[in-house]
Design a protein around this ligand. Structure first.
Ligand SMILES: NC(=O)c1ccc[n+]([C@@H]2O[C@H](COP(=O)([O-])OP(=O)(O)OC[C@H]3O[C@@H](n4cnc5c(N)ncnc54)[C@H](OP(=O)(O)O)[C@@H]3O)[C@@H](O)[C@H]2O)c1
Length: 292
């Protein structure tokens, strides 16, 4: 693939390694923007390329612009804001957003991009910090097939799977399914491990055994041992999950889907956040049970 001029907006836990792979694996000419300048400076010191001080400047001359920020308002700010990237996107280019946001904002931004002559793909990811660092993310995409085909080989530098789910918003909807599937599962894993501890079992040995059977899951493989060790200062933050589950609940109200367990777990995450656990990994649900 030929070298392209690309840009990345948002060098957080996820964005920084993703942008790094575009430079190292893809050999692309990468311009980065981060709201707090120190992260942009550190990124350029490590990966080369250059940093600029607004999303608009990052978009100037880029064939693909990536973003990975926090929530809907942040995404609106870096795209449509006073210094937003949409001001400088050239015709025929593509904006690929990796933020976990609502399907509504994805559709709005895709319509706005179309009016201005470029494409917008909603492309939330799964696989966590480790997936971003290893370039092994799963990417769920919504948007037009033609733009998807052009962006896919570039996204593939940090992904093990890149799949088009349907029109704009479909990537975000698929990510909601992902989060709904995880929420109840992490609570069940917490209940199982807490039960093992209360029963006086060697919980890590139990994990070793049952992870080879029907109870196996990514959460069990990647979080089980740290849950037993009561370690949560890493990973996917409780407050990000609360944001994701709020988006799921809003969308379910519109489409009529029932989310009884997900709603319960969302309340448990609210409790954790209120008691200082907003930045803990989502597997900290077990802490509520161990405290009780
Ligand atoms: N962490 C995970 O395991 C994971 C997994 C899957 C999906 N996600 C999703 O990926 C997104 C990013 O997560 P993360 O863990 O990388 O978060 P993070 O480390 O907190 O990084 C967020 C990034 O967005 C930037 N940002 C936020 N609001 C902004 C605004 N209004 N204007 C400009 N920049 C803004 C931040 O800039 P500053 O540096 O200036 O704060 C930072 O670069 C979220 O939507 C999250 O739900 C995360």
């Amino acid at each position: 693939m030929s070298k392209q001029k690309v840009a990345f907006i948002g060098l957080g836990v996820m964005g920084s390694p993703m942008a790094g792979h575009l430079a190292a694996r893809g050999g692309h000419d990468v311009t980065v923007y981060n709201r707090s300048r120190a992260k942009a400076e550190a990124w350029v010191a490590k990966h080369g390329g250059k940093f600029v001080d607004t999303p608009a400047k990052a978009a100037e001359g880029a064939s693909i612009v990536f973003s990975c920020v926090g929530d809907d308002p942040d995404l609106r700010e870096v795209t449509l804001g006073a210094n937003g990237a949409f001001q400088k996107m050239a015709k025929g280019t593509i904006f690929v957003d990796h933020t976990t946001a609502s399907a509504k904002v994805a559709r709005e931004l895709a319509a706005e991009a179309k009016k201005r002559g470029f494409d917008f793909l909603d492309a939330p990811v799964s696989g966590g910090q480790a997936g971003a660092e290893n370039g092994q993310l799963t990417v769920m995409v919504g948007g037009d097939a033609d733009a998807f085909e052009r962006a896919k080989p570039v996204i593939a530098h940090f992904a093990k799977a890149v799949t088009l789910l349907g029109p704009s918003g479909s990537g975000q909807l698929a990510k909601m399914v992902n989060q709904i599937c995880i929420a109840g599962l992490v609570q069940a894993l917490s209940e199982g491990l807490n039960f093992a501890l209360k029963a006086g079992l060697d919980a890590k040995l139990v994990l070793e055994v049952i992870s080879k059977g029907a109870a196996q899951s990514w959460q069990m493989e990647n979080r089980g041992k740290t849950m037993v060790d009561d370690k949560f200062d890493f990973g996917f933050a409780v407050d990000w999950m609360r944001k994701d589950l709020r988006i799921c609940a809003e969308t379910a109200r519109e489409n009529g889907a029932q989310l009884p367990v997900t709603q319960l777990v969302a309340g448990y995450y609210d409790e954790l956040s209120k008691t200082g656990g907003g930045r803990w990994d989502t597997s900290s649900l077990i802490r509520r049970l161990r405290r009780a």
